[in-house]
Design a protein around this ligand. Structure first.
Ligand SMILES: NC(=O)c1ccc[n+]([C@@H]2O[C@H](COP(=O)([O-])OP(=O)(O)OC[C@H]3O[C@@H](n4cnc5c(N)ncnc54)[C@H](OP(=O)(O)O)[C@@H]3O)[C@@H](O)[C@H]2O)c1
Length: 284
């Protein structure tokens, strides 16, 4: 199919749509002719985000959904499908980050991370698969992370949720291929968004800035949608040089081993001295 028509008139639901990657995906989906249901947990934020896309007013809708609540996710997905006659694409994108030494990560933080990042995706898949099986078509796109492919020290709880998402998505991709259902895992590495300054509850800490070198979210969304239209399973963005990092890690490349060890060392030092834990050694 012509890439330009892939998204035309598709009914898409995007979670975590009021900011960052979710917002950029929503905007780019609209640009490509889709109808988008933008879901967010905060009614004001999601309404404001949709207003910014008001040019496509008739094609943009909002939903208030806390993705940690199964019944809200179920209702949003079933409600959208009932209203429009089907659901073509679900983007399980909402998520939160956490960078902390393992010994400082409380069980409450673990639960919050797993509920927000992993259960949310399971709830989404659980609600959407029956609808898509009935249709004989559908596409579920889950936002994982480069941290769902490569270990990131001091992000063990985050890593844990994102590895699970990659595994879930890839497993289902093969399981349902013959049923006309498609799955992709987006694995962002370093994309500009509020995630760098946000606490898991959504509070923005102004003193924490998004690194200037982070990849622009709109470019990331455009790249990702191009790869989805090619039915690519794992989509790393920005691909260079992170795809090489992933391959090097799997193959046991010594330089990648050293890079990850050095990252662990820098982060341990930063936490013990109150320094900048976003500092990264040069990529191999
Ligand atoms: N940016 C990167 O470099 C990067 C790298 C790897 C993976 N990712 C993944 O990309 C996805 C999007 O993150 P982002 O970078 O675009 O950051 P972001 O701008 O902070 O977006 C995250 C979105 O998820 C929403 N959210 C959080 N908890 C929620 C809940 N309980 N219910 C509903 N929505 C909730 C947030 O809503 P509020 O605005 O209300 O907080 C926000 O809209 C996440 O899954 C993240 O893990 C990002």
């Amino acid at each position: 199919m012509n890439q330009n028509n892939f998204y035309k008139d598709k009914i898409c639901l995007v979670t975590g749509a009021n900011s960052g990657i979710g917002y950029a995906l929503s905007e780019e989906l609209l640009n490509r002719g889709a109808t988008v249901y933008m879901a967010g947990r905060n009614p004001e934020k999601v309404a404001k985000a949709a207003e910014q896309l008001a040019e496509q007013k008739d094609k943009v809708h909002t939903l208030v959904v806390d993705v940690t609540k199964q019944e809200q996710v179920q209702q949003a997905i079933e409600g959208t499908a009932a209203e429009t006659g089907g659901l073509d694409m679900l983007f399980n994108n909402a998520g939160v980050g956490l960078t902390l030494p393992y010994e400082n990560t409380t069980l409450e933080s673990w639960q919050q991370l797993i509920n927000t990042n992993l259960w949310s995706v399971i709830y989404g898949v659980h609600a959407a698969v029956p609808i898509m099986l009935k249709q004989g078509s559908g596409y579920i796109v889950n936002t994982s992370s480069i941290g769902g492919l490569v270990p990131v020290p001091f992000q063990s709880s985050y890593n844990c949720t994102k590895y699970a998402i990659t595994g879930l998505t890839e497993s289902l991709r093969y399981e349902y291929a013959e049923k006309g259902l498609h799955f992709s895992a987006i694995c962002p590495a370093y994309v500009a968004s509020e995630i760098y300054s946000k606490e898991p509850d959504g509070t923005v800490r102004q003193e924490r800035k998004t690194p200037e070198s982070a990849y622009p979210a709109d470019k990331a969304a455009s790249y990702v949608l191009g790869k989805i239209a090619e039915y690519k399973g794992i989509i790393i963005v920005p691909e260079e040089p992170y795809a090489d990092l992933w391959k090097g890690y799997i193959l046991g490349d010594q330089k990648v081993e050293e890079f990850i060890s050095q990252l662990a060392h820098l982060r341990r030092e930063a936490f013990e001295t109150g320094g900048d834990f976003t500092a990264m050694p040069p990529l191999p």
